[in-house]
Design a protein around this ligand. Structure first.
Ligand code: ZN
Ligand code: ZN
Length: 74
């Protein structure tokens, strides 16, 4: 009886890949859309628009998946 119990409890846990990042753990930054910079002006003046580094991805163009926290599994 002890042996059967041992076999049953050793079954592998099924980990499904994260559906948001498709198992990668990260995705294209949603704030800058992968551009690494934002067109932003403190004066809201379209003529004075200056590109600035995206604060979400710090210029990496990708951000860590918030659904799986970068693990790739949900
Ligand atoms: Zn970004
Ligand atoms: Zn994910």
């Amino acid at each position: 009886m002890g042996f059967l119990f041992y076999v049953l409890t050793r079954q592998k846990k099924v980990a499904l890949p994260c559906g948001v990042c498709r198992g990668k753990g990260f995705y294209i930054c949603k704030l800058c859309n992968g551009n690494a910079t934002l067109e932003w002006s403190p004066l809201f003046d379209p003529v004075a628009m200056n590109p600035c580094l995206c604060p979400t991805c710090d210029g990496n163009r990708v951000q860590r998946c918030l659904n799986c926290l970068g693990n790739g599994y949900s």
